[in-house]
Write a protein that binds this ligand. Structure first.
Ligand SMILES: [Fe+2]
Length: 156
Protein backbone atom coordinates (compact mmCIF):
# COMPACT_ATOMS: atom_id res chain seq x y z
CA UNK A 1 0.00 0.00 0.00
CA UNK A 2 1.23 3.45 -0.85
CA UNK A 3 -0.11 6.98 -0.41
CA UNK A 4 -1.19 9.17 -3.34
CA UNK A 5 2.41 10.08 -4.18
CA UNK A 6 3.48 6.44 -4.11
CA UNK A 7 5.28 6.31 -0.75
CA UNK A 8 4.84 3.44 1.69
CA UNK A 9 2.10 4.01 4.33
CA UNK A 10 4.14 3.01 7.36
CA UNK A 11 7.02 5.23 6.21
CA UNK A 12 4.64 8.14 5.60
CA UNK A 13 3.19 7.83 9.09
CA UNK A 14 6.64 7.84 10.71
CA UNK A 15 8.17 10.62 8.62
CA UNK A 16 5.19 12.93 9.14
CA UNK A 17 5.42 12.39 12.91
CA UNK A 18 9.03 13.56 12.70
CA UNK A 19 8.05 16.45 10.43
CA UNK A 20 5.41 17.46 12.98
CA UNK A 21 8.11 17.42 15.65
CA UNK A 22 10.24 19.68 13.44
CA UNK A 23 7.20 21.90 12.82
CA UNK A 24 6.42 22.23 16.54
CA UNK A 25 10.06 22.89 17.42
CA UNK A 26 10.44 25.44 14.63
CA UNK A 27 7.32 27.24 15.88
CA UNK A 28 8.72 27.40 19.40
CA UNK A 29 12.08 28.58 18.06
CA UNK A 30 10.29 31.22 15.96
CA UNK A 31 8.52 32.61 19.04
CA UNK A 32 11.77 32.60 21.03
CA UNK A 33 13.56 34.52 18.27
CA UNK A 34 10.74 37.09 18.09
CA UNK A 35 11.28 37.55 21.82
CA UNK A 36 15.01 38.21 21.26
CA UNK A 37 14.15 40.68 18.48
CA UNK A 38 11.88 42.58 20.83
CA UNK A 39 13.77 42.39 24.10
CA UNK A 40 17.47 42.48 23.21
CA UNK A 41 19.32 45.44 24.73
CA UNK A 42 22.90 46.70 24.81
CA UNK A 43 25.57 47.96 22.46
CA UNK A 44 24.67 45.58 19.60
CA UNK A 45 20.98 46.37 19.72
CA UNK A 46 20.63 47.78 16.20
CA UNK A 47 22.58 44.95 14.58
CA UNK A 48 20.96 42.10 16.50
CA UNK A 49 17.43 43.51 16.33
CA UNK A 50 17.70 43.36 12.51
CA UNK A 51 19.47 39.96 12.40
CA UNK A 52 16.83 38.35 14.62
CA UNK A 53 14.10 39.72 12.38
CA UNK A 54 15.80 38.16 9.33
CA UNK A 55 15.96 34.86 11.17
CA UNK A 56 12.34 34.73 12.29
CA UNK A 57 11.23 35.67 8.79
CA UNK A 58 13.24 32.75 7.42
CA UNK A 59 11.76 30.43 10.05
CA UNK A 60 8.20 31.42 9.25
CA UNK A 61 8.75 30.44 5.61
CA UNK A 62 10.23 27.09 6.65
CA UNK A 63 7.35 26.47 9.02
CA UNK A 64 4.88 26.89 6.19
CA UNK A 65 6.91 24.62 3.91
CA UNK A 66 7.17 21.90 6.57
CA UNK A 67 3.40 22.01 7.20
CA UNK A 68 2.70 21.83 3.47
CA UNK A 69 5.12 18.90 3.06
CA UNK A 70 3.11 17.03 5.72
CA UNK A 71 -0.06 17.75 3.71
CA UNK A 72 1.67 16.67 0.50
CA UNK A 73 2.48 13.39 2.24
CA UNK A 74 -1.22 13.00 3.04
CA UNK A 75 -1.23 13.85 6.76
CA UNK A 76 -2.29 16.80 8.92
CA UNK A 77 0.19 19.34 10.28
CA UNK A 78 -0.17 20.24 13.95
CA UNK A 79 -1.74 23.66 14.20
CA UNK A 80 -2.31 24.59 17.82
CA UNK A 81 0.02 26.27 20.32
CA UNK A 82 -0.93 23.59 22.85
CA UNK A 83 0.36 20.80 20.58
CA UNK A 84 3.51 22.73 19.77
CA UNK A 85 4.25 23.36 23.44
CA UNK A 86 3.68 19.73 24.29
CA UNK A 87 6.08 18.16 21.79
CA UNK A 88 8.66 20.83 20.83
CA UNK A 89 12.23 19.71 21.54
CA UNK A 90 13.12 23.40 21.94
CA UNK A 91 12.09 24.88 25.27
CA UNK A 92 10.43 28.26 25.44
CA UNK A 93 12.72 31.03 26.64
CA UNK A 94 11.62 34.12 28.48
CA UNK A 95 13.13 37.49 29.43
CA UNK A 96 16.42 36.93 27.59
CA UNK A 97 17.84 40.42 26.91
CA UNK A 98 21.64 40.17 26.67
CA UNK A 99 22.88 40.06 23.06
CA UNK A 100 25.26 37.18 23.72
CA UNK A 101 22.65 35.30 25.71
CA UNK A 102 20.17 35.60 22.82
CA UNK A 103 22.81 34.34 20.39
CA UNK A 104 23.69 31.40 22.66
CA UNK A 105 20.03 30.43 22.82
CA UNK A 106 19.81 30.69 19.03
CA UNK A 107 22.82 28.39 18.63
CA UNK A 108 21.22 25.89 21.01
CA UNK A 109 18.02 26.06 18.95
CA UNK A 110 19.88 25.42 15.70
CA UNK A 111 21.60 22.45 17.30
CA UNK A 112 18.18 20.92 18.10
CA UNK A 113 16.70 21.68 14.67
CA UNK A 114 19.74 20.32 12.83
CA UNK A 115 19.52 17.09 14.83
CA UNK A 116 15.87 16.60 13.82
CA UNK A 117 16.53 17.57 10.20
CA UNK A 118 19.45 15.15 9.84
CA UNK A 119 17.30 12.33 11.25
CA UNK A 120 14.49 13.14 8.80
CA UNK A 121 16.98 13.43 5.94
CA UNK A 122 18.48 10.04 6.64
CA UNK A 123 15.08 8.27 6.91
CA UNK A 124 13.79 10.01 3.77
CA UNK A 125 16.94 9.18 1.86
CA UNK A 126 16.64 5.48 2.74
CA UNK A 127 13.07 5.47 1.42
CA UNK A 128 13.83 7.39 -1.79
CA UNK A 129 11.62 10.29 -0.64
CA UNK A 130 13.51 12.92 -2.64
CA UNK A 131 11.01 15.71 -1.98
CA UNK A 132 11.64 15.53 1.77
CA UNK A 133 15.40 15.02 1.27
CA UNK A 134 15.58 18.14 -0.88
CA UNK A 135 13.72 20.23 1.70
CA UNK A 136 15.91 19.05 4.59
CA UNK A 137 19.12 19.59 2.59
CA UNK A 138 18.18 23.23 2.05
CA UNK A 139 17.40 23.83 5.73
CA UNK A 140 20.55 22.07 6.92
CA UNK A 141 22.96 24.02 4.72
CA UNK A 142 21.28 27.37 5.48
CA UNK A 143 21.23 26.71 9.24
CA UNK A 144 24.82 25.44 9.29
CA UNK A 145 25.84 28.75 7.74
CA UNK A 146 23.90 30.61 10.45
CA UNK A 147 25.72 28.54 13.09
CA UNK A 148 29.06 29.67 11.65
CA UNK A 149 28.00 33.33 11.69
CA UNK A 150 26.38 33.37 15.13
CA UNK A 151 29.39 31.47 16.54
CA UNK A 152 31.70 34.05 14.94
CA UNK A 153 29.70 36.78 16.70
CA UNK A 154 30.51 35.07 20.02
CA UNK A 155 34.20 34.91 19.00
CA UNK A 156 34.13 31.10 18.68
FE1 LIG B 1 9.96 44.29 14.69
Amino acid sequence: MGNHIGLNDEYTKQITEHLNLLLASSQQFYMNVRGYHWNVTGEHFFELHVKFEELYNELILQIDEIAERILTLGKTPLHTYADYGEISVIEQTKDVTGGKDCVKQILAGFDQLLGLERKILSAASEEGDEGTVDQMTGYISAQEKHVWMYSAFLGK
